[in-house]
Ligand binder design. Structure first.
Ligand code: SAH
Length: 357
C-alpha cells in the first residue's frame, strides 16, 4: 500500500493514542483520495508482481474463496476473478470502497466480488476463505502497521492451511554512500552567501544532524550500496505473530565492497508469493524493492549517520538495528542503530519514522 502520505498534522492528534479514532479517520481519508491509488497503480513493479503471481499460479486461486484485505480500487480482487476465483470478499474501510464497487460493476464482476466497506477488525464474512491476498506493506515493510489488520483477518477468516499472499516477507539492510546528497545539502547553505551576501555555511553540520533524526524516503541505486544487503528479518505470513513484527532486532556485519564514504544505511523489503506445485516443488514470484532493481513507490528507507566515515575495501561495518512500533502512535516506527566501523568507537543513533513527506 501507499506509503508517503503526508502525516505532518498527525502528531498532535496522536498524542497518547494508539490507533485512536481521530487519527484513524485521517489515515482512511488518505485512502479515500484517488492520488494514493494512482501512485500504487502506476508502480508497475508492485502491481505486476501481484498480477504475475495470481495469473501464473492460478491453480491456487481457481474455484477458491478469497479475501482481499484492504481492497482499495479492487484491483487485486479483479485479478483473482480473472484467474478463476469462485468468490472474492473485498474488504475496504475507506470511501474508496464505493469507487471499487463502480469499477467492479464496469468489469461485470459484481456477482462474484462482494465489496464490504468496513474495518477488517469489525467485519464478519459469511464463510471462511481459502486465500488472503493483500497489499499491506509500508515503507521499510512495517511502517503504517497494516500488518495488525492483516493478521486479524488471517486469524478470523483463513481456513487451516489456507494461502497467505504474499507468503514470505523479508527486510533487508545495507550500508550506503550518498556523496551527491551530502554535497547538495552543503550547497544549500553555502549558496546563501552567493544569493544574499550572508554566510550560513556554519549551518551545514546542524542541517545534516537534522537529517539524521528521521528515516528518509528516497530512491537509491546500486552505486549507492557499499556492501551487499543482509536479510535482517524474515516473516512467514502464515505463522508470524504481532509480537514478532512489533519488535524487530538484528545484528549485522558488512564487508565494504570498495573505498567510499559511509553515509548511513538503507532498508528495503521483498515479498514472495509462494506455491507448492505437484505437492513438493516450491515456486515463487518475488516483489523486490531493492536498489538493484527498478525503483518502486516505496523507494528506500535511509538512515544517515551523523559522522560519515571513509571505508576501504573489506573494512567491516558492524552493529545492530532495532525497529519498534512507536509507543504513542503504533502506525509509526522508531529505529535504533548501533554501529562500529573498523576499530573506531561504537556509536548509537535513533530515528523516528513518522512524517514521510
Ligand atoms: N489492494 C489495493 C489497495 C492497497 S492499499 C491495491 O493493491 O491497489 C491498502 C488499503 O487497505 C487502503 O485502501 C486502506 O484504506 C485499506 N485498509 C487499511 N487498513 C484497513 C483495515 N483495517 N480495514 C479495511 N481496510 C483497510
Amino acid at each position: 500500500m501507499s506509503k508517503r502520505r503526508r502525516v505532518q498534522d498527525l502528531s498532535d492528534e496522536a498524542e497518547g493514542s494508539i490507533f485512536d479514532a481521530k487519527s484513524e479517520k485521517f489515515y482512511f481519508n488518505v485512502y479515500s483520495d484517488a492520488s494514493v491509488h494512482e501512485r500504487m497503480l502506476e508502480d508497475m513493479t508492485r502491481t505486476k508482481a501481484y498480477q504475475d503471481a495470481i495469473f501464473k499460479f492460478s491453480d491456487a486461486i481457481k474455484g477458491k474463496v478469497v479475501a482481499d484485505v484492504g481492497a482499495g480500487t479492487g484491483i487485486l480482487s479483479m485479478f483473482c476473478i480473472q484467474a478463476g476465483a469462485k468468490k472474492v470478499y473485498a474488504v475496504e474501510a475507506s470511501d474508496m470502497a464505493e469507487q471499487a464497487r463502480g469499477v467492479i460493476k464496469a468489469n461485470g464482476m459484481s456477482e462474484q466480488i462482494d465489496v464490504m466497506q468496513c474495518l477488517v477488525e469489525d467485519c464478519d464474512l459469511p464463510e471462511m476463505v481459502d486465500v488472503i491476498v493483500s497489499e499491506w506493506m509500508g515503507c521499510m515493510l512495517l511502517y503504517e502497521s497494516m500488518w495488525v489488520s492483516l493478521l486479524c483477518a488471517r486469524d478470523k477468516w483463513l481456513k487451516p492451511n489456507g494461502l497467505m499472499w504474499p507468503s514470505v516477507t523479508e527486510l533487508h539492510l545495507a550500508p550506503i554512500t550518498n556523496e551527491g546528497l551530502w554535497q547538495e545539502k552543503k550547497e544549500i547553505w553555502d549558496s546563501v552567501n552567493e544569493n544574499y551576501g550572508v554566510n550560513m555555511s556554519s549551518m551545514f553540520p546542524f542541517a545534516w544532524t537534522c537529517l539524521c533524526r528521521s528515516v528518509n524516503i528516497i530512491v537509491l541505486s546500486a552505486e549507492n550500496v557499499l556492501a551487499r544487503g543482509h536479510v535482517i528479518a524474515k516473516f512467514d505470513m502464515a505463522t508470524v505473530k504481532i509480537s514478532d513484527l512489533e519488535h524487530v532486532k538484528s545484528d549485522f556485519s558488512f564487508a565494504s565492497m570498495g573505498r567510499g564514504v559511509l553515509h548511513g544505511f538503507a532498508a528495503w523489503f521483498t515479498a514472495a508469493f509462494d506455491v507448492r506445485q505437484n505437492d513438493s516443488e516450491l515456486n515463487s514470484v518475488v516483489l523486490t524493492t531493492s536498489p538493484y532493481n527498478e525503483p518502486t513507490h516505496w523507494e528506500h528507507s535511509v538512515m544517515y549517520i551523523e559522522h560519515p566515515v571513509t571505508v576501504d575495501q573489506d573494512d567491516i561495518i558492524s552493529g545492530n538495528i532495532k525497529i519498534t512500533t512507536n509507543k504513542k502512535y503504533s502506525r509509526w516506527l522508531d529505529v535504533q542503530l548501533t554501529c562500529r566501523v573498523k576499530d573506531n568507537p561504537e556509536f548509537e543513533q535513533k530515528y523516528t519514522m513518522n512524517d514521510l513527506s
